[in-house]
Design a protein around this ligand. Structure first.
Ligand code: ATP
Ligand code: MG
Length: 238
């Protein structure tokens, strides 16, 4: 379970997040929606340990993680799929995937097993395993990014706008993979601008506006989509 308790964070003297407070139960999937610049990636980076909170606490399964750096966080079982589908363009697809297992590279047997699992999940990565990652399409790069994150054997996956700039068919494929991972009990925090994708996948939806949650509801048949869209567009009460 991830708990963010009243977290403030920002860059230098500029405060971006104000009192972020939410829980992602073990095996649950929460989505944070918000427009450009609302603070979604900052929230992700703060959970991942790349930005240090100026106040508040972040706990994973009851342990404080906000005082650890990003490397210790990976060891704690958090894996971030950053925004922008970044890959190491000059390295092969397989080398990129293996970067995700760097901290446990001595576990050769386990790493080989997980590499096989990634290839089963993403057959296109197997086909292209020797190709330079820079030659992949946007969808393939997103899958590579996800595969690399899975190599860390995370307890919790942080996904920053996995659907951005992808064709609808590829967005569908990414959603299917997220649903499958969820079915295996992986806890996930999803940042998106794609409202339909969040509604399809999440148990809980938060809308971030200027670094504060303007809306937080359990997802389900009672969610009023018009109301949600109004909050998202900044017209709703906060
Ligand atoms: N490294 C940084 N240093 C200073 N300010 C930053 C930095 N990164 C982001 N910001 C600022 O923080 C605010 C929130 O940015 P953030 O990237 O968290 O938004 P976002 O919701 O992820 O946006 P997008 O949908 O475009 O990815 C913006 O005003 C942005 O300019
Ligand atoms: Mg962002």
């Amino acid at each position: 379970m991830l708990e963010c308790r009243n977290v403030d964070a920002g860059y230098g003297k500029v405060q971006i997040l104000h009192g972020l407070d939410f829980v992602v139960p073990t095996g649950g999937l929460s989505a944070i929606l918000g427009s450009n610049g609302s603070g979604k990636s900052t929230a992700m980076k703060t959970v991942a340990g790349l930005v240090k909170p100026t106040s508040g606490e972040i706990l994973l399964d009851g342990h404080r993680i906000d005082e650890l750096g990003a490397h210790s966080m990976a060891a704690e079982g958090l894996s971030l799929v950053p925004q922008g589908k970044e890959v190491l363009a000059g390295l092969s697809v397989e080398e990129n995937i293996l970067v995700g297992a760097y901290h446990r590279r001595k576990d050769r047997h386990g790493v080989a097993e997980d590499l096989e699992m990634v290839y089963q999940e993403f057959p296109r990565l197997r086909t292209r395993r020797k190709a330079a990652a820079g030659l992949l399409s946007g969808g393939e790069r997103q899958m590579l990014s996800l595969g690399r994150a899975l190599m860390a054997r995370p307890r919790m996956l942080l996904l920053d706008e996995p659907s951005a700039a992808l064709a609808p068919k590829v967005v569908g494929e990414i959603s299917d993979i997220i649903r499958k991972l969820r079915g295996r009990g992986l806890t996930m925090l999803l940042v998106e601008q794609n409202v339909s994708m969040a509604l399809e996948l999440a148990d809980e939806i938060h809308i971030l506006r200027e670094g504060r949650f303007a809306y937080s509801r359990k997802n389900g048949p009672d969610v009023d989509i018009e109301e949600l869209r109004e909050f998202y567009l900044g017209k709703g009460r906060s």
